[in-house]
Design a protein. Structure first.
Length: 503
């Protein structure tokens, strides 16, 4: 039976500690440890570049590197290799933070037993393999989802052209352009045209959803007179409602604030919600369209007195292809895509959508849209674990002739909490933070409506941050005018500054 071999790089400048760990590992049964020991970070990086290392045991305080920076320099360059941090008792807080940054484990010097060492090494390698497998699986799922969306979009697009041609020919025949018809033939062609329109609507919704999921939906946010928009929609839907004896009541204040949104997508949202309300409200029923300002948002309610939605279905109703209480035969029908699309468009505009409903008493769908107010200061959040950098940027912002409200944080976790309450227009974010990976903060903030400006001294990583959701970047150190140009463009008050390639 062959013993398992593990190539271990021990980065430790204390020769007694190196000797102790080597002696302990020699006593392990069924595992052969090939220990390569170096006492400096630069030598560790060279050895890692040569390859064939299964694990790194790392002392954070070395002659050429100190603290978290030691770990970060190895982790950033060799993310595929698991790292166990060696720490003194007083460094456990830092070690715990490094676990959040990506370290697999930490061992307190002087307390390591042979069992502890062996278990920590084996578990670290196994956990890292699981992590890499999970990342590969997630990447594959994303690729499959993108392929699915692309396939659906292409197939739907190819269906539209022959569908449109068939409808036009059927319409020509129905209009008796090519000959007279009897009443039975007209009824059959009317059914063909109705179902052609239903199929066209389904294909268009599938295309809309595919574009959204593929990230290809482009929004052009402008100042919108929201009161006028709602009056227009009330007038457009009134004849349809009156055909079923329904009342459509519009309730908006005289001083309705303007919205900051993409008008085309908001029209799509209103069409979907009002269409659903009209469809499910009974004959002679009542539909209410209300709106009012709430802090920095407009809240819009679309209420009907239809059959309502069961409690257990309300959490699923915004998912694709979900239809509540669908029955065969006459009655309201749908594709189950409209609310999914509406939810995505609301969130793209920086708002939220929800539903309140009780069976037998109707439903109320509500969504929010940011207001537009040129007198409000732009909100900027600075996130950097270097206090001197934060203070420098704050001083720069004070000297800019811009109306700004500025908050800052030295912690990625705290920044996410602040962002939830502060709702910043722009986040200036260091991609390398001590308490959490900057990419995680970037991903979370990317789900919001905030613009994100990445700042970093690690120029090698800057070219990749745009792919991960950042809107722009600046390499440290930078000049005040460079920061001003970026801020003005990202806030929409200045010209575009094109990104220079990072070497």
């Amino acid at each position: 039976m062959h013993s398992k071999q593990i190539n271990l790089l021990l980065v430790e400048d204390n020769s007694d500690e190196v000797t102790l760990i080597k002696e302990q590992l020699r006593t392990v049964k069924n595992i052969v440890f090939n220990v390569f020991a170096v006492g400096r970070l630069d030598k560790a990086l060279v050895r890692l570049a040569e390859g064939h290392i299964d694990l790194v045991m790392l002392d954070l305080n070395l002659p050429d590197s100190q603290g978290a920076d030691t770990f970060i320099k190895i982790c950033r360059r060799f993310p595929e290799i698991p790292i166990i941090v060696l720490t003194c008792v007083g460094d456990t807080t830092l070690a715990t933070r490094l676990l959040q940054e990506g370290a697999q484990d930490y061992i307190i010097k002087g307390q390591e037993s042979i069992n502890l060492l062996t278990r920590a090494i084996c578990y670290a390698i196994e956990r890292h393999h699981v992590k890499l497998s999970s990342q590969d699986a997630l990447k594959r799922l994303r690729e499959l989802n993108e392929s699915k969306s692309q396939f659906v979009a292409e197939v739907s697009h190819e269906i539209r052209t022959p569908l449109a041609i068939m409808r036009e020919f059927a319409s020509l025949v129905r209009d008796e352009t090519v000959g007279t018809l009897n009443e039975k033939q007209k009824q059959c062609l009317d059914a063909v045209l109705r179902n052609s329109d239903r199929l066209t609507n389904l294909v268009n919704q599938i295309l809309d959803l595919a574009r959204i999921e593929a990230g290809k939906t482009e929004l052009n946010k402008t100042k919108v007179d929201f009161g006028a928009l709602l009056i227009q929609f009330r007038n457009d839907f009134l004849p349809v409602c009156q055909s079923k004896g329904q009342s459509l009541i519009l309730d908006i204040p005289d001083n309705m604030p303007s919205a900051h949104c993409d008008i085309s997508s908001v029209q799509h949202i209103l069409t979907n919600l009002l269409g659903n309300a009209q469809k499910f409200a009974p004959k002679g029923g009542v539909i209410k369209l209300r709106a009012k300002g709430e802090n920095r948002f407009l809240r819009v309610d679309v209420e009907d007195n239809g059959p309502g939605i069961p409690k257990d279905a309300q959490e699923k109703i915004f998912e694709a292809f979900v239809q509540v209480n669908r029955q065969d035969g006459p009655g309201a029908k749908g594709t189950g895509l409209g609310l999914k699309i509406a939810k995505s468009l609301v969130e793209f505009n920086g708002g939220n959508i929800s539903v309140e409903s009780e069976q037998g008493k109707g439903s109320c769908f509500s969504f929010t849209i940011p207001t537009h107010d040129s007198e409000l200061p732009a909100r900027i959040l600075i996130v950097d674990d270097d206090k001197s950098i934060v203070r420098m940027i704050e001083n720069m912002l004070r000297n800019f002739d811009l109306k700004l409200e500025v908050k800052s944080s030295l912690s990625g976790f705290e920044a996410l909490v602040i962002a939830g309450e502060f709702n910043p227009d722009l986040v200036i974010l260091d991609i390398h933070l001590a308490d959490v990976r900057g990419e995680q903060v970037l991903f979370s903030l990317h789900q919001r409506d905030s613009k994100i400006l990445i700042i970093s001294g690690d120029t090698a990583s800057l070219a990749e941050v745009i792919k991960k959701g950042a809107d722009d970047y600046l390499a440290k150190p930078f000049m005040p005018n460079e920061l001003l140009d970026k801020i003005q463009f990202l806030l929409g008050i200045g010209p575009k500054i094109y990104l220079e390639p990072v070497e």
